[in-house]
Design a protein around this ligand. Sequence first.
Ligand SMILES: [Cu+2]
Length: 65
Amino acid sequence: MEIVIPDMTCGGCAKAVANALSRVDPTARIDIDVPIKIARITSALPQERLIEAIEAAGFHPSRAS
Ligand SMILES: [Cu+2]
């Protein structure tokens, strides 16, 4: 799935997002594209759960998909 994270603006943000995601799903495949502000995630968890983890890390992912 793809989650748009408009306030992810640099490598530090990307790392924080990736860390938050791997904490909720250590087996997730996470590929973050900072220039277009998208996290591509392969995970068995529901998208809502991943969005919550990103929000808990202080970011504001878009809920539109
Ligand atoms: Cu940043």
